[in-house]
Write a protein that binds this ligand. Sequence first.
Ligand code: LLP
Length: 421
Amino acid sequence: MHHFKYKNGALHCEDVSIRDIADQVGTPFYLYSTATLKRHFQAFDSGFDGVDHLTCFAVKACSNIAVLNLFGQMGGGADIVSGGELFRAMKAGVDPKKIIYSGVGKTLAEMREAMYAGILMFNVESPQELDRLQDVGAELGGTARIAFRINPDVDPKTHAYISTGLAKNKFGVPAGEALQEYLRARDMENIEIVGVSCHIGSQLTQIEPFIEALRKIKVFVGRLEKEGITIKYLDLGGGVGITYDDERPPHPSDYAKAVREELADMDCTLILEPGRVISGNAGILVTEVQYTKVNSGGENDKRFVIVDAAMNDLTRPALYGAYHEIIPVREGGESMEQVDIVGPICETGDFMARDRMMPEVAQGDLLAIMSSGAYGFSMSSNYNSRLRAAEVLVSDSRFQIIRYREEVEDLLRGESISALG
Ligand code: LLP
């Protein structure tokens, strides 16, 4: 359920006409609904009511500080994977004691910053990372709270690029080696073992892989207990999928129910790192049709709708062949046509949709690329020296620009002409 609906033939975000926003802000822009963001956070988080838990929004999904601030105000924490995300989470007012740091390649500088900030826990992904963290702890005269991220070797049945829990993926420490690492960590002066974590992949549409991973983690926690190591936090990562097209992912409450049943006999605080399931359907990308054209000469005439958003704005179709529903902001008429919706970038891979049946559109029309609130703006780039889009947040009948559209000067920030002769 989201708050992007037609009213009198015009697409609205909550009570604001999207055409009105476009007239004031220009296109393309990302548009988020406060009501949807809150609703999705609440729907996810409340599934764990009555269980000691912490919902740490995966910052990489939607990193704008206005969005992070919203979840922080709702009691949420943050799952971060870089010094940049730490900076964002802190600026957004997220309580550092609710920040989890994941990722295989944390640098020394990033570890120092996170230690200094006093985050809740580092999810350690290799023996060398543990050693480095011990050194940082000693250097700063503090203790790093850690979990190991266990790679449970479970097939999440999702796109290969976003599967992370298979033995062949770069993530985590294999369960077989992790025990030894916990024993090593136990003897380290500046390390405190507090948890176990795992994250098996993203856009999962079935519950079973989560449960399969959880069972393996439970067995592992049992082994730790035998060694006298008790766990305070069990971090299950993120990964619950959403509907882009005709997927039928589990409702967050069903996911929560299954997890709770499986964990009934465990006494620890549950940590969750949802991203997409919270922000994915709470955001859209609004773009204007620049041209329509027909390229004939092939087997069939090919119709193109050329818009002002491109793969630098929303990279998911180009990168994963991902499907995003695209609808006209002025409700479409009866007449349909099959088109490719493409951007201005000089690559054939620059498409938003291919061979899509759409109501006929014309130059100047606005289109809404749905389900773009996760891994949309946060994956955008300046490729082709395009200015990154604006981000806008709606609440009821008002809207606010939460990130201005870049200007050409932004493109050159930090660049200089060589003085080397
Ligand atoms: N925790 C960790 C350690 C992660 O690596 C991720 C996502 C999450 C949580 C959040 O997963 P979610 O709940 O959003 O599925 N760019 C891709 C998705 C990459 C996901 C990377 N890790 C896409 O556009 O589909």
